[in-house]
Design a protein around this ligand. Sequence first.
Ligand code: NI
Length: 394
Amino acid sequence: MTVDASSLASLANQAKEWRRTIHQYPELLFDLPKTSALVTEKLTEFGCDEVVAGIAKTGVIAVINGSNGPGRTIALRCDMDALPMAEQTNLPYASKVENMMHACGHDGHTAMLLATAKQLAETRDFVGKAVLIFQPAEEGGAGARVMIEEGVLDRFGIEEVYGMHNQPGLAVGSFAIRSGAMMAGGDRFVITINGKGGHAAYPHLARDPVLAGAQMIVALQAIASRFTNPFDPVVLSATFMEGGNAGALNVIPAAIRIGGTIRTMNAETRKMVEERFREVATSNARALGCEAVIDWRPGYPVTVNDPEKTKVAAQAASAVAGADRVNTDWPATMGSEDFSYMLEKRPGAMIWLGNGDSADLHNPAYDFNDDAIVHGVRYWLSLVDQRLNGTAGE
Ligand code: NI
């Protein structure tokens, strides 16, 4: 499948327009009526074989059959949601919605996958089937998990899944990937420590939850430093404390709360950390005559790239960028990503696309780099070509 330079440039130009439209009307979580309608309308206009909207509320699936006969089915996935923050870019196409902003580049991801759909539906020069997944609620809503729960992987016969996310600091036209764990699993916790309130001058008559909380925060750090292999990273951050009253400094409160987040890079370690956490928090509170009530809030799993599919993705990227612009040993990060749910169910790989020297993700000055669009679209087309026309993988 070859695309000539001028039609690729015009496709990238159209995608830029779509990207800027989406950018001006950011929407959150599962509530993406405008974005979802735009995506559905375009996919229908392109003549995709199937366009199914309304999965996970506003998710959209497009199926495009190759014209070269039956074969395997692969999914290309993008996310569509924005973030609840105020944009500070002063761009002419900046967000028109107060306190909502595309600060993670999902506008760009959506536009690139739309352009890919257009090209694939037009040429169909491949064997098998491409399923394009436009997903809501990546930012904290686990939209990928909800789409799986609503049956997309089985319903559309998806055998492999591929994702792409832009990466500030990586040169435009470059790609980066790693085999195995590439993003962390993230869980959150809130602990209520119940003691017995009393006069601070007579602490023996009370059971002090403040002292218990202070000791607990320190003790919990030992999970990272004393129970996990130093080569298996764990981050445990207490980020929230609440209790007592600054207007009553001679009063020991009856209860306090502490909370925070935990990041791990390995499913077994994640399980071990949770067990240890419950043990350490419960026994620490008990030692001070208090009781710990733990509200454990599971977050996204570890994002794990399948080794074979990582090679497929790297080969597809190398075909468009040149091998010297594809870093296959990019460091893992402590961020989380809900594409991890799809990678738990099907083999696949997530790749980073260079966003150049931009502000960081989730920064109010961030903007997706339109110059990256052409590279992202070429990657998707190359992946379909390499994987479905049998030139990558087995
Ligand atoms: Ni993102």
